[in-house]
Design a protein around this ligand. Sequence first.
Ligand SMILES: [Zn+2]
Length: 396
Amino acid sequence: MNAPILESISLFRSKSRSANNKTALTACLLALFVLTGLSFGNQVFAAEDAAGTVASQGSGDIATPAQDAAGQDALSPDSQTTDAPAQNTPVAPARFSHPASVAAGEPFLLSIESDTTLEGVTVEWLGKSLVLGLENNGQPDNAGTSLRCILPVPLNSKEKSLPLRVTENLFGKTVYSGTVAVTQRDYPVQELTVAPKYVNPDPETVKRAQAESKKNRSILTQVSPVQYWELPLRRPVKGIITSEYGFKRVFNGEPRSQHRAVDFRGAEGTPILASADGKVMLAEEQHYSGNFVIIDHGLGVFSMYAHLSKFEVKEGDFVKKGQLVGLVGKTGRVTGPHLHFGFSVLGESVTPEPFITNFRVKESAPAQKPAKPAQGKAPAAKAVKPAQGKAPAAKK
Ligand SMILES: [Zn+2]
């Protein structure tokens, strides 16, 4: 289990457009000036709230508290009015939490919590920007005190660590700066035998497959600004896993790319259920994937369902978590009926493992009891909840 990183920062709010705008602006600029001086090292950026509390856990340094950033010390006496501080009072500190290390090919959760309403923020990761916050969820007066996003560590990532930065949208200032260490998993080799046309396809088919791949990619790299997903994800079928994410595939003796999805066992006709709410972006027959569905869950998160025998949704449908998407089949490049379940975040195919409860259920007798293995045994829920406010209980 990875140790969570938990840091704290004051996010500033500017509420008033009253006659005191000028004063408010002065206070703001001064506050920002103080904040600007607070970036230390590679891990942490923190400021103190008005009450003087800095919450922090995990590795890295905490900046020396700013003097009451927007308060008395920062304001020159002549600019201070009775209500000026109230207009630019730092709200309670926000807490940033994510795993300290993540394996290549795994996604992780970044959560930002605050005791008061959060303004929007932009998360910068892998050179991409992901905007979170009230402007995007359409709840201007009821923005939550919690923002979340799922971020991917690419399977082919060779870096020792990756930088993570969060800026607040109001002033564009950095409110969190850290790194996520990248670890490598040793993925096993899997030998498979399929029809020859799927290993060395004719030029016509290559063209078709490339066009389909390009189309899929153009969908998976979109980022819908609304978060439809919630965790944990729903297991799409009841079957056990027959081929894990990351397996190095060898088809008919010829090495091919790693398996960037999870295969679930399922007899033909087994219902496949949507892992989360979302919009159906694609439902069509493709060369490798057979009958294939892609669902957009928002904020760059997508789930994919391949080899279906039957579609139960069409492009443009909005599905709810647990809704019937289609039936298990053996269309496309397969050795038999199963569900090939893909999970993509910001255009990177990663394993859904951390976000599916009881991911590796054991095969059991036909009559199933409510699948709930004893806690502590299940390898699922890995990076899902970096227990907030707890000391990093880093083991292994
Ligand atoms: Zn598969």
